[in-house]
Write a protein that binds this ligand. Structure first.
Ligand SMILES: NC(=O)c1ccc[n+]([C@@H]2O[C@H](COP(=O)([O-])OP(=O)(O)OC[C@H]3O[C@@H](n4cnc5c(N)ncnc54)[C@H](OP(=O)(O)O)[C@@H]3O)[C@@H](O)[C@H]2O)c1
Length: 324
């Protein structure tokens, strides 16, 4: 098979960087470039791309369509890992991908498994992009990954894992803590994507990835077992509290649609509602929705387990995901 020319939107972000690193490990299969917006060309993260030998295509995805089509010309696989609040900016990309003859568009999914239609607003924003793909008959693959290991662990009384904790304090247990949820290490998104986009079985399909399926109670127990510490300060958040937080964020957005903090609160509350109240983020529900299971497709690939991740975390070897 000849090399696939892959263009990544978001290669300077968390998900996009993982994908970039995954593809760069397989240069026999991929020739990788990054789509960069004009306002970001001078960012150090973009300069780092050149240092890795990654060429860039600079274009404004909201700019003239013909320039975007030109930027996508010759691309076999277009992958978008755009930030959560910018999903609809991908709509013109769908049209451009169709016109440029892109052979597979991987739009920005990369979240937990959830149904469309009012459960999870971010999922519904992504759905608008998927529906445009289907309307325009663009070849696609949609990849969801569960929740990252990097944002799934509680803090310990000693403070030894605070260095890698994105949200502080983090000792919440939601809706009883019993719902099992799919987890993938952020660093494994890339290796999974590298396998998925080479695979004809995944064309025009949904795929889900994971290393573990764990409830919050199981995660807390694992952290206690491996650290030897007792997490006494658990904060129990009921299903009603989650629903109330969701309703409040929705009301705040209605009052001021540009309220970014309310948008982020809505995303957080929706994740909790879908994962912990509805218990959507499971292999069984993913299969019910028609997803393919990446662990069944690639039994040779051993993702980083949550236990191994916690070992690194306790050893002080991890980095906190940073938002630029
Ligand atoms: N499953 C999970 O646990 C989990 C956790 C977090 C996020 N996610 C999902 O993963 C996706 C990616 O999130 P992330 O946190 O990885 O993103 P991120 O770190 O915020 O990075 C976003 C990337 O998109 C680029 N970008 C934004 N707007 C652009 C535009 N108009 N043109 C070109 N590039 C643009 C940014 O480039 P610049 O350098 O130009 O800013 C950056 O590289 C999100 O959609 C989110 O829903 C999932």
């Amino acid at each position: 098979m000849s090399k696939q020319k892959v263009l990544i939107l978001g290669a300077t972000g968390h998900t996009g960087e993982s994908i970039l690193n995954g593809l760069l490990k397989d240069l026999e299969s991929f020739d990788v470039e990054a789509l960069v917006r004009p306002s970001s060309v001078d960012k150090p993260q973009v300069k780092n791309l050149a240092a890795k030998g990654v060429k860039t295509r600079v274009v404004d995805i909201d700019g003239p369509l013909d320039e975007l089509v030109k930027a996508l010309t010759g691309i076999d696989v277009l992958i978008s890992a755009i930030d959560a609040t910018s999903q609809l900016a991908q709509l013109q990309l769908v049209t451009a991908a169709k016109k440029a003859g892109v052979k597979r568009f991987v739009p920005c999914a990369f979240i937990t498994v959830a149904p469309a239609g009012g459960v999870f607003e971010l999922r519904d924003a992504k759905e608008q992009v998927y529906q445009d793909i289907w309307k325009q008959y663009v070849p696609y693959t949609i990849i969801d990954v569960g929740y990252w290991h990097q944002i799934s662990f509680p803090m310990l009384p000693s403070g030894r894992v605070d260095y890698a904790s994105h949200m502080k304090p983090k000792v919440e247990i939601h809706a009883g803590g019993t719902a099992p949820t799919l987890l993938t290490d952020l660093r494994d998104i890339g290796p999974f994507v590298a396998r998925i986009i080479k695979d004809p079985r995944t064309l025009n399909k949904f795929v889900f990835t994971y290393s573990d399926v764990l409830s919050e109670n199981e995660i807390f127990a694992l952290m206690e077992e491996m650290s030897g510490e007792k997490i006494e300060q658990r904060k129990y958040v009921s299903a009603d509290d989650i629903i109330a937080a969701r309703d409040k964020a929705a009301a705040d957005i209605k009052a001021d649609p540009a309220n970014r903090m309310a948008q982020l609160m809505r995303i957080r509350a929706d994740y909790k509602y879908s994962k912990y109240v509805r218990a959507d983020n499971t292999p069984a529900y993913a299969k019910y929705l028609g997803y393919l299971d990446a662990r069944e497709l690639y039994p040779d690939f051993q993702p980083i387990t949550f236990r191994d991740f916690v070992g690194e975390l306790l050893g002080g070897k991890l980095e906190m995901p940073h938002y630029h």
